[in-house]
Design a protein around this ligand. Structure first.
Ligand SMILES: Cc1cc2nc3c(=O)[nH]c(=O)nc-3n(C[C@H](O)[C@H](O)[C@H](O)COP(=O)(O)O)c2cc1C
Length: 379
């Protein structure tokens, strides 16, 4: 039995995660018309063989116009199910649970892939055959100068997007996902409703705190209603905007309380993204910089949280859990750097398993190599 918190199992409803290491959702900008392909199989698959407990897809669009870029994954039609199901089967066959983040890009839709400029689509993209599309948001306020002015959503648009989240959740179930996460962060559609920076509406979906959180709650409730009782539902929040007059940590705490009462099992605590260029850092970044948000929401609301953001060292991940600041640790870029991060972390934390948790295709040989070198396993 390990004394490690990071490598202890976690039960969420009917799902048992083998450990607390989670692949954070990361757009790959590699889909065509939203369809998953071999890249997504290899990308998601390697983190399951790499020992993670839960592997999340990138933000997966609930409708075509809800993609961020032309390369985003989507699940807006039944044709999108099987290519994703293939990756889900591989992830699960290799011991990890499979999660999907369902999302609508709002006013950040119709954007360039990062390596094409990370700005709004322009003539260079059009020349590549990648045109702009209709962009919607709570209010007709663009992200920044030069960005598309979004169409302020009508009540019919709101009803359509809500139905799209529900239909996507049902398809995610058909694809075999264990966990669904509603993307309410990073300046995308639901966050745009939450934040007074982007929500200038005067109807029931804007103004007061209760009005600004209405759409996030309605979507969460509707998704929860179709997502089976034995499967966990996560919600990713940008805990703070980091902008004067923006969304605050107190508001995140109040939102989390409401989400918990609707059956959300984990609040995934990120931050930022509401204003300025899409990747502009408004909040000072350093290892573990978002952990205090996960800790406060967990403490004040009594809801499990996931910490994310520049968590790279296994000892830091372990300490966050030991201090009860979060229940899960999401790893993003460090997992790109080392897809075997979870397996390496087990060794770094002194869990001497002789490669027993590695896939045998690798572990058997690595163990023999250690023995040949006369070293203790993983030393
Ligand atoms: C390539 C890339 C794509 C990302 N795509 C998403 C996404 O689809 N949804 C999301 O919520 N966050 C996304 N993020 C943010 C990550 O999930 C994570 O919160 C962030 O990278 C901070 O964690 P890290 O320091 O461990 O990378 C992305 C980050 C990267 C690097």
């Amino acid at each position: 039995m390990s004394a490690s918190a990071l490598f202890s199992a976690l039960t969420l409803r009917g799902l048992v995660l083998r450990n607390r290491v989670v692949l954070s959702p990361m757009c790959q900008y590699s889909a065509v018309e939203g369809l998953a392909n071999d890249w997504h199989l290899a990308h998601l698959g390697k983190f399951a063989t790499g020992g993670m407990g839960l592997v999340f897809t990138e933000a997966t669009a609930v409708e075509r116009d809800g993609r961020i870029t032309h390369g985003d994954l989507g699940l807006w039609s039944d044709a999108h199910i099987e290519p994703l199901a293939r990756a889900v089967r591989f992830v699960k066959a290799n011991g990890a649970a499979a999660g999907i983040q369902i999302a609508h890009a709002g006013r950040k839709a119709s954007m360039q892939r990062p390596w094409h400029g990370n700005g709004p689509l322009d003539d260079t993209d059009r020349a590549r055959g990648e045109d702009t599309w209709n962009v919607i948001a709570p209010s007709a306020v663009p992200l920044d100068t030069g960005w598309l002015v979004p169409h302020a959503m009508s009540l019919a648009d709101i009803a359509r997007v809500k139905a799209a989240f529900v239909a996507t959740a049902k398809r995610a179930l058909d694809a075999g996902f264990d966990v669904a996460e509603v993307h309410g962060a990073h300046g995308y559609l639901l966050h745009e409703f939450l934040s007074p920076i982007s929500n200038l509406r005067t109807d029931a979906y804007g103004g007061s705190f209760d009005n600004r959180i209405r759409l996030a709650l309605e979507i969460t409730e509707a998704v929860r209603a179709v997502w089976p009782d034995d499967r966990p539902l996560f919600f990713r929040v940008s805990a703070v905007d980091g902008v004067d007059g923006g969304w605050t940590l107190d508001e995140s705490v109040s939102l989390a309380r409401r989400l918990k009462s609707l059956g959300v099992d984990v609040v995934d605590c990120s931050s930022g993204g509401i204003a300025g260029s899409a990747t502009a850092a408004r909040i000072k970044r350093f290892p573990g910089f978002q952990v205090p948000y996960a800790a406060q929401i967990r403490h004040d609301v009594g809801v499990p949280t996931m910490a994310v953001g520049l968590i790279m060292e296994p000892r830091m991940a372990e300490d966050i859990l030991q201090r009860r600041e979060a229940d899960l640790i999401a790893i993003g870029r460090e997992a790109l750097h080392d897809p075997h991060w979870a397996l390496h972390a087990e060794a770094a934390l002194g869990i001497d398993n002789g490669f027993a948790t590695w896939p045998p295709q690798y572990g058997w040989w690595l163990d023999k190599r250690q023995q040949a070198l006369g070293r203790t396993p993983m030393a």
